[in-house]
Design a protein around this ligand. Structure first.
Ligand SMILES: NC(=O)c1ccc[n+]([C@@H]2O[C@H](COP(=O)([O-])OP(=O)(O)OC[C@H]3O[C@@H](n4cnc5c(N)ncnc54)[C@H](OP(=O)(O)O)[C@@H]3O)[C@@H](O)[C@H]2O)c1
Length: 315
């Protein structure tokens, strides 16, 4: 059975991948975006774009008409230019689930964050970003919609911000590393993220309610940040890029101060928390859910490097 699927945040990193996978499976998809420019950007994926400038229930309900599931990706990881977690992540999710109710869409798939389950338990998971993701989950669970929540670690693949930034730093000859780099991450491949979202939207068919389901969206292996750097450099060299660089260690305190003062290497305080929060999980439930092994980390990194701007990596 094929379903009609709606995607908020369709123009983003995960959204674009989701549209590409859905197109291959010949699913009918409505990509919900904020602007005509974003609408034009997703047209090449064969999705019908619906422009909804703000996450409000009434226009969203119109955009969701006829859909059997909505994948809600449109959230922010940093507050700036007047956009707050409360307005976008929490009230935005409330509007999406209310719109789903009004439009009769049975299922909502939400992307939250790895570490939400440790809110209040570890310092780096106890910040306004994780709180807003937790609140967004609660909005969904209370809505009466069929709920599937994914909690991603870093998502890696073509167009991802982390590998692109690391390659740009390598190209400059110096990579900044916060602390000793031994904190771990548990990166998932963006293709696995898209496949998981599509599977959650379709199986069991909407209307045949799954139990409320929460899955950590992680890859097959946890990795320290230092090892992630080394493996990114190895992938860059294997693809003929120059990656001669030195690592400059910045203390955690210094990085915290810079992030609070406006940004550390483009990261705000909550984004820095996400980098060094040392959150990892068990990959088996996601692999079981997808009925297949997860994409190896080196393949995910290689795919990200392949698509990253070459200019950034030529030293
Ligand atoms: N990527 C990761 O490593 C990662 C890790 C953990 C969790 N997640 C979660 O996974 C989801 C998808 O991530 P992503 O990497 O694809 O994010 P992304 O590339 O930043 O895309 C986010 C999308 O949300 C839209 N958006 C932002 N603010 C909005 C607003 N106020 N109203 C409506 N739309 C808005 C953006 O639209 P415009 O194009 O118009 O700006 C964009 O399409 C997010 O919920 C994110 O928090 C991602």
């Amino acid at each position: 059975m094929t379903i009609k699927l709606a995607v908020t945040g369709a123009s983003g990193f995960v959204g674009r991948q989701l549209l590409a996978v859905a197109a291959r499976e010949r699913l009918e998809v409505i990509g919900i975006v904020r602007s005509e420019k974003s609408a034009a950007g997703i047209s090449r994926f064969g999705a019908r774009a619906s422009v909804v400038p703000r996450l409000e229930a009434e226009p969203l309900a119109a955009a969701l008409a006829g859909a059997q599931a909505v994948v809600h990706l449109a959230m922010i990881g940093r507050e700036r230019e007047g956009r707050t977690y409360e307005a976008v992540n929490v009230q935005g999710t409330r509007a999406v689930v209310e719109a789903a109710r009004r439009a009769g869409v049975p299922r909502v798939v939400l992307f939250s964050g790895l570490g939400v389950a440790h809110y209040g338990m570890t310092r780096r998971c106890t910040n306004p970003y994780f709180l807003s993701k937790l609140a967004a989950e609660v909005e969904l669970f209370r809505s009466g919609r069929e709920a599937v929540v994914f909690r991603p670690s870093y998502i890696v693949g073509p167009g991802d911000g982390l590998v692109t930034r690391i390659l740009a730093e390598m190209a400059s000859g110096e990579v900044l590393r916060v602390g000793d780099g031994r904190y771990r991450m548990h990166p998932a491949f963006v293709g696995d993220a898209a496949a998981a979202a599509l599977a959650a939207a379709q199986d069991p068919p909407p209307g045949v309610a799954p139990p409320p389901r929460v899955l950590d969206l992680v890859g097959p292996e946890p990795v320290s940040f230092q090892s992630f750097l080394e493996r990114t450099a190895a992938a860059a060299r294997a693809q003929g890029r120059k990656a001669n660089f030195r690592i400059r260690e910045v203390s955690v305190e210094e990085a915290d101060r810079a992030a609070a003062a406006g940004g550390f290497r483009g990261m705000g305080t909550d984004e820095l928390d996400c980098l060094i929060c040392d959150e990892v999980s068990d990959a088996a439930p996601l692999s079981h859910f997808l009925h297949r092994p997860l994409t190896p980390l080196d393949d995910a990194i290689a795919a990200a490097v392949r698509e990253a701007p070459t200019k950034a990596a030529s030293v």
